[in-house]
Design a protein around this ligand. Sequence first.
Ligand code: TXA
Ligand code: MG
Length: 323
Amino acid sequence: MTASREDIARAVECLRAGGVVAFPTETVYGLGADALNPQAVSRIYAIKRRPPNHPLIVHLPAASYLEQWARDIPRAAHQLAEKFWPGPLTLILPRARTVPDNVTGGQDSVGLRVPGHPVALALLQQFGGAVAAPSANRFGHVSPTTAQHVRDELGDEVDMILDGGACQVGLESTIVSLLDARPLILRPGAISQMQLSEALSIPVALGGADEKRLRAPGLLARHYAPATPLRIVARENLEQQIRALLAQNKRVAVIAYTQRAEPAQAHYYFLSPDPVSYAHDLYATLRAADAAQHDVLLLEAVPEDEVWLAVRDRLTRAAQAHQ
Ligand code: TXA
Ligand code: MG
């Protein structure tokens, strides 16, 4: 059930009072607090069990707030904001001096985004300020894509959960660093490398894992992980691996996009062969698989094309958590 106007008004009061509100965005659910209230922000870290030196994303009501939160803003930032906000894109920029230290994990940069979900936008606009919000899950775990996921995982620890239905995208935002002359993608997402390059008329490089200068939990190998051990297996090896595990009396679950439920003793979760729908359902499927308590999850490797990049990135990290 989608949040009512009264719910949103209550959430605004809660943010003003230093509370922590979980809210829907088009990517995943966020765990928000007044970005200018360090005590409120520190509660986010406590609820997530997140190390204090990891920066949060600051959600803005509109691109016109950029100047209040960043300094030395390059033209590229305005171009990308104009083209993709509200939407699933986070820009890393030099931070304005007023940005509290615990929002940025003490770094001199800040991550900013205007989310493209009507409930998030209404919340931000009525609050009239910035909301610091990481994904509303425990540190390292799979991000929530429904209000029920947040309830299941964080329950009473948050002051309020706004329901906005299932998140449209289902994977976290694309993160682009504009700290250097050459823009760099730190985390792939729904806004693709090609879309970014086209918008800026220059090639945008894929960075991330090698970029040691930046502290970004989304860049850690062990992240976005279900509790059940997960292995990525090429389609041609899948059946043989399922049989080998079944022979060891393991309870095996398979996440596949090719519709082939054999051998029948394994449990199958089928996702769409379309990368956009696959992304939309992936985290909910990982959570469902965790709840069903299989011994091992075998995941059919997804294609190598660019359209699968964001999905592949999250899956690789989810699998690495168990190595
Ligand atoms: O889609 C999203 O981005 C969601 C929704 C709620 O907006 N948020 C999200 O937040 O995924 P979180 O905290 O789970 O991931 C934020 C990512 C982390 O990888 C963090 O390190 C990076 O943003 N980040 C934030 N500020 C940064 C900065 N100054 N420099 C480098 N990375 C930064
Ligand atoms: Mg997260």
